[in-house]
Design a protein around this ligand. Structure first.
Ligand code: AGP
Length: 609
């Protein structure tokens, strides 16, 4: 998704902004641009379609010396990804510059009005209208003009604005799209993401919906849509800039796959006691409402949805309540009946996914207790929830989720156990058995990585396949879905995730020597049934790759290639079984030469509907 970085202070803004954009590359983008008010008062703007390298070569290593500037990476929503539509956008007078993340929904109406009033708009974007609205409203006070312009705009936005006549002032505002202020020594920053400014400061203010931040080098004032002051705490972020770098790995995704043992350790620590008892203190705010629950709805997208399928199974098994997971974009427009006895659990690593936030907000309006599960402190989803569980997985840079999937599964399982215990439906023995498996999980994930050393090489042998069929049954089915998603996302090969029992109802016709079957065949109560389905596929000439539990001595008879993972509690199986499948997707992507960390057409955080 789009990225914003802004600076005002005594240093040369150009290099700071370009470096900030580099830290935002992981978000996925199709063009990049920079605007500076040079020391001589001239506005300098350069923008280019494509990768940041295109902008850098257009700049030819030089930007005019300036103490203030804005920069942007764009992920197109209105208008093609070309130079003209790239941000920043400028008003008719050439004095006002705007960068924007999100969508202005009434932009056609705004553009028509602006054109009728004599403005000349040169791009196809919704953002450009904002620059001209600020121009119309400007009477010597940029913050007042931005507030007035935003009063006419409907939609989702994080914007940053500067005016040539006020060369030390940046104004930012947000509505349903993240924006943070960085507080340095005699300098301030605006950014869509802390990663962009972390090398300069770890003191940040997470702006809230409707906030308008007025930045000067010496400080920031935050006001609400009514112009009244807003007190916003300054948070210290303990992620170092290095934590967001690749370390020794070729790709962020590979690094993040290998970080899973540590991420799981952080995720579990403090929530499972040494004796195996599970304590999820964050559940406190909704605890009084748990006894009266009639059912549980989980809402999420993509990988978070796959983790939610495991969460729903755990909740249903241990509480006896109906529990199900629904994709956010479906839940949003066909919501189930919701009332204050329906617990809604919203799962989103970024915490900014529009398709997850909207149904969560709707559920809150219906009086449902809301629990959010996210990796991102200060994200929008946290403001919709009474209780928030953070994954504690550390920053995930690769577009394809890995460590946030495994920590989502672990977190949701702990949450399910805590809810069931509160309701009196999970016995101490069951709880402690689960707790002990959770405590063993980081080491088991490391062993899964160690057992998977040959997977990337094996993947190379399959990389030319026409397509892949991933199958699982019961608790292994969500892993099949996630394994197929990983492969699709980063290698651009078609892959389907299916419940193995469904093969014979249609998709088996796809199987042949060029369409391998990937079976998630770890220990489960329906292992034998799954094996029968695998045999049906094998009879159609499909090569079979199986992920199985250590100690499974018969799996070699049914599969061409077998990858073993350690055994664990059945409900936690996905955490270990996905590890070789993440590496398999990575290996196929490498063999096919695709962009692993920033796959085409994808964005890390999808803040538009
Ligand atoms: C995962 O690899 C994908 N990039 C995508 O499916 C992602 O899980 C989905 O967009 C939801 O994102 P969220 O967890 O940030 O809400």
């Amino acid at each position: 998704m789009c990225g914003i970085v802004g600076y005002t202070g005594p240093r040369d803004a150009g290099p700071i902004l370009l470096e900030g954009l580099r830290h935002l590359e992981y978000r996925g983008y199709d063009s990049a641009g920079i605007a500076l008010v040079a020391d001589d008062g001239e506005l300098f703007v350069e923008k280019r379609a494509g990768k940041l390298a295109n902008l850098r070569s257009a700049l030819n290593g030089r930007t005019p010396h300036a103490g203030i500037g804005l920069a942007h990476t764009r992920w197109a929503t209105h208008g093609r990804p070309d130079d003209r539509n790239a941000h920043p956008h400028v008003d008719c007078s050439g004095a006002i510059t705007v960068v924007h993340n999100g969508i202005i929904e009434n932009f056609r109406e705004l553009r028509d009005g602006l054109v009728a009033r004599g403005h000349v708009l040169v791009s196809e974007t919704d953002t450009e209208a904002l620059a001209h609205l600020v121009e119309e409203a400007y009477a010597g006070d940029l913050a007042a003009a931005v507030r007035s312009a935003l009063g006419a705009a409907h939609g989702a936005y994080a914007i940053a604005v500067m005016h040539r006549a006020e060369p030390d002032r940046l104004v930012g505002s947000r509505m349903n799209v993240p924006l943070v202020v960085g507080i340095g020594e005699g300098e301030t920053f605006l950014a869509s993401d802390v990663a962009a400014i972390l090398e300069h400061t770890n003191r940040v203010i997470f702006l809230e919906e409707g906030d308008l931040a007025d930045l000067r080098p010496w400080g920031v004032t935050v006001t609400g849509p009514d112009g009244g002051p807003r007190e916003r705490p300054v948070s210290r972020i303990d992620w170092t800039p290095e934590a967001a770098e690749k370390g020794g790995y070729a790709h962020f995704m590979l690094k993040e796959i290998h970080e899973q043992p540590q991420a799981l350790r952080q995720c579990i620590s403090g929530r499972v006691r040494r004796d195996g008892r599970i304590r999820v203190e964050e559940l406190g705010p909704v605890a009084p409402r748990l006894a009266a629950l009639s059912r549980v709805e989980l809402v999420a997208c993509g990988t978070a949805y796959h983790a939610s399928l495991v969460g729903a199974a755990a909740l249903q098994a241990w509480t006896g309540l109906p529990a199900r997971a629904t994709v956010g974009s479906e839940f949003r427009y066909s919501p189930p009946p919701l009332d204050p006895t329906t617990l809604v659990i919203a799962v989103s690593q970024s915490g900014e996914t529009a398709d997850t936030i909207a149904p969560t907000r709707y559920a809150r309006e219906q009086g449902c207790p809301i629990v959010a599960v996210t990796n991102t402190v200060g994200s929008a989803i946290t403001r919709e929830a009474e209780a928030v569980l953070f994954l504690q997985a550390g920053p995930e840079i690769a577009v394809a989720a890995s460590k946030t999937f495994t920590t989502q599964v672990a977190t949701l399982v702990m949450l399910a156990a805590a809810i069931a215990r509160e309701r009196g439906s999970l016995g101490v023995e069951e709880e402690t058995a689960l707790g002990r498996s959770l405590l063993a999980l980081p080491a088991a994930a490391q062993r899964a990585l160690d057992l998977s050393v040959g997977v990337a090489g094996m993947a190379g042998r399959y990389a030319g396949s026409r397509g892949f069929m991933f199958v699982g049954r019961g608790t292994t089915f969500p892993t099949a879905l996630e394994g197929a998603l990983k492969l699709k996302e980063i290698s651009y090969v078609h892959a389907e995730g299916y419940p193995a029992g469904e093969l014979k109802h249609g998709p088996i016709s796809l199987l042949d020597a060029d369409c391998p079957l990937v079976a998630v065949a770890t220990r489960s109560t329906v292992y034998d049934k799954l094996i029968s389905n695998v045999m049906e596929g094998r009879a159609r000439d499909a090569r079979v790759i199986a992920v199985a539990s250590e100690g499974d001595e018969q799996i070699g008879r049914f599969a061409d290639d077998v990858v073993l993972v350690p055994d664990t509690h059945e409900i936690l199986g996905a955490v270990l079984a996905i590890v070789p499948l993440q590496l398999f997707a990575y290996g196929v992507a490498l063999a096919r030469g695709t962009d692993v960390d920033q796959p085409r057409n994808l964005a890390k955080s999808v803040t538009v509907e």
